[in-house]
Design a protein around this ligand. Structure first.
Ligand code: FRU
Length: 325
């Protein structure tokens, strides 16, 4: 509301250029429009843990009341985030984790659960027998570690499912493409499922198989399920499935405002996830369109309120002039 202090929220983002992170920032900005006195100081570390540490130090110098951070890699970012926290500045960790319990709140989906659900889906699809290629996210980032753990846990009960290649895609489409392209073509030819830790790497994998003329056997699975990418890929049958991975942007700002206003908040905020495939993709798309049109209505209403306010202000000014003359 309007009686808020002039809060300054620092947001240290590990990388800002992909659709998923753009959507996270948009969610934050949308929620922040309800707290017009609050400023967001935004830094994009462009996939570098070193740059991210330097940028958190810059935010401290510029002066912040709260830090929101998505740590590029857990281990290298842990000391600086612990420092911010022990200085008494509240810290909200979002999506990727540190390796320390010293933070004020966490927002994100359960990545172990996501990996496990994809593993179960894979096992069902293969009727317990087949060859799998895994394309992981950045090795030191928590979602990559947890998605892999959950995936292996689910496949443990299926000795006839073999992981025939384990590749590091670092969350990047091009890197995934190159890694798959470097495999002997016989390995790709015997793959039944490619599980990539995000949809963009899944798309890169698909494009590599396509370029090699090897699309007949393998099924591709990703994570994120953004409307414009993952959902669309599932609906175009490029991907067999994708796990919805909410960005938590809106929830992060809601939690930030509760902390700053000394209201109640939860330390662990686990976002819901769901596996999307051809059986529920249309429903998801419909729901998404509905949310978008409601969002557009809110913007229209806001414009109407602004116009009314201007008319009212002009009328008051006119009235003052009349009274003064
Ligand atoms: C975006 C992204 C997502 C992935 C998440 C994991 O930068 O790579 O695709 O789900 O980060 O932190």
């Amino acid at each position: 509301g309007n009686k808020d202090n002039q809060f300054r929220i620092g947001f240290s983002q590990c990388v800002g250029s992909d659709q998923w992170r753009k959507s996270m920032l948009l969610g934050m900005q949308r929620e922040l429009s309800f707290s017009p006195n609050t400023t967001l100081l935004y830094k994009d570390a462009d996939n570098s843990s070193e740059v991210q540490i330097a940028q958190i130090n810059e935010l401290l110098k510029e002066g912040i009341d709260l830090l929101i951070v998505s740590p590029n890699e857990a281990a290298p970012l842990t000391p600086i985030i612990e420092q911010v926290y022990t200085r008494g500045i509240p810290v909200i960790v979002i999506d990727r984790k540190t390796s320390s319990p010293l933070y004020t709140a966490y927002i994100g989906s359960d990545n172990y659960e996501i990996g496990k659900r994809v593993g179960q889906y894979t096992a069902n699809m293969l009727h317990g027998k087949g060859n799998v290629i895994e394309v992981t996210g950045l090795a030191g980032s928590s979602p990559a570690i947890e998605r892999e753990k959950g995936f292996y846990e689910a496949l443990k009960g299926y000795p006839e499912i073999k992981i025939i290649a384990h590749l590091h895609g670092n969350w990047l489409k091009d890197k995934a493409y190159r890694e798959l392209n470097n495999l002997p073509k016989e390995v790709r030819a015997s793959a039944d499922v490619v599980f990539a830790h995000n949809d963009m790497m899944a798309l890169g994998s698909y494009e590599c198989f396509k370029a090699a003329g090897q699309l007949s056997r393998a099924h591709f699975i990703g994570v994120d399920a953004l409307p414009a990418t993952g959902l669309q890929f599932v609906s175009d049958r490029i991907l067999s499935a994708s796990a919805l991975y909410g960005t938590g942007g809106q929830e992060a700002i809601q939690t930030a405002m509760a902390i700053l206003r000394h209201e109640d908040f939860k330390k662990e905020n686990i976002l819901k996830t769901v596996l999307i495939d051809s059986t529920n993709v249309d429903l998801m798309k419909l729901q998404n369109e509905k949310v978008n049109s409601q969002q557009a209505d809110i913007v229209r209403q806001q414009k109407m309120i602004d116009t009314q306010r201007r008319i009212y202000q002009n009328q008051s000014v006119t009235l003052l002039i009349i009274l003064a003359s």
